[in-house]
Design a binder for this molecule. Structure first.
Ligand SMILES: NC(=O)c1ccc[n+]([C@@H]2O[C@H](COP(=O)([O-])OP(=O)(O)OC[C@H]3O[C@@H](n4cnc5c(N)ncnc54)[C@H](O)[C@@H]3O)[C@@H](O)[C@H]2O)c1
Length: 278
């Protein structure tokens, strides 16, 4: 018996390509393996249908739905498609997002870029939650999981809107928890650090990956499976004590004071208080 046997989960921004699944795709495959029927949604042509076919081929239950998170009618229709196909909805993973290159520093930020990121990353998650909540309550409760980012918690030289939008998602989770917790709806938000999806490995400069690896107090950076495992935990009743929480899933990167890694890189330095007496 799976850890979320018989549940119905909807995941936004979930796809599968030749080189593998993104975070939503890997999460959908894991939730399906743990017994959920999964509705995988993404923009048309991104590979949600391929993901659903793969899950079905492996014995799971999956439905692919085209969804543009900017369109409230499509958000409502995706939720209704889940209910029509699988009889209800228990789990919503607000994972879909954009991070455009032109998301600059504040002084050079174009309003269109701000609006796009806010529309997809914040309003889209709010609309999905809005339309999912009545169905989750009708099942006696369930779990909404938002995927934010460590950029919600610290500043950056670029990615202004992305960071602000992800911070808003953390706060949205607290509001949803406050408003519907009494009816059994939990809402928690994860803040991944750099996660080595196939796209990240392909597109990011190796120097950036190495730098972030060097600043992370763990043997390795995060994989999509690491994030999917936390989503599974939050989706399952095992996490029922968690509501309105923000969980940093960054392998400890933000746990340290900013100078610690640089100090250690100097070669096992000490503070001097453990030196033998002169
Ligand atoms: N990979 C990382 O290092 C990392 C780090 C922190 C947070 N995250 C977050 O994790 C989540 C998944 O990221 P990923 O790395 O798998 O990247 P990704 O780009 O593959 O995932 C984002 C998904 O959102 C979809 N999307 C974009 N615009 C949309 C729209 N208008 N309507 C519907 N869907 C839309 C994309 O098609 C894509 O499938 C995102 O929320 C991202 O911000 C990723």
């Amino acid at each position: 018996m799976g850890r979320i046997e018989g549940k119905v989960a909807l995941i936004t921004g979930a796809n599968l390509r030749d080189d593998g699944g993104n975070i939503g795709g890997v999460t959908a495959m894991l939730l399906a393996r743990e017994g959920a029927s999964v509705v995988v949604t993404d923009l048309p042509g991104r590979g949600a249908d391929r993901l659903a076919a793969q899950i079905t081929a492996q014995g799971g239950r999956a439905l692919a739905v085209d969804l543009d998170l900017r369109d409230e009618d499509q958000c409502r229709a995706a939720v209704e498609a889940a209910v029509a196909e699988f009889g209800g909805l228990d789990i919503l993973h607000n994972n879909g997002a954009v991070s455009p290159e032109a998301d600059n520093d504040v002084a050079t930020l174009e309003r269109d870029v701000w609006d796009l990121v806010m529309d997809v990353n914040v309003r889209g998650a709010m609309l999905m939650t809005k339309h999912a909540i009545p169905h989750i309550i009708a099942r006696g409760g369930g779990s909404v999981i938002n995927t934010a980012s460590i950029t919600a918690l610290r500043g950056d030289v670029i990615h202004t809107t992305y960071g602000v939008a992800k911070a808003a998602l953390c706060t949205l989770g607290m509001h949803v928890a406050s408003q519907y917790g009494g009816q059994g709806v939990r809402c928690n938000t994860i803040c991944p650090g750099l996660t080595l999806t196939p796209a990240a490995l392909r597109d990011l400069p190796q120097g950036l990956i190495d730098t972030m690896g060097g600043l992370t107090p763990a043997p390795a950076l995060s994989t999509p499976e690491d994030q999917a495992n936390v989503v599974l935990f939050l989706a399952s009743d095992e996490s029922r004590a968690f509501n309105g929480q923000v969980l940093t899933t960054d392998h400890g990167m933000l746990s340290q004071q900013p100078w610690v890694s640089a100090f250690l890189a100097m070669g096992s330095p000490t503070y001097g208080n453990d030196k033998p007496d002169a």
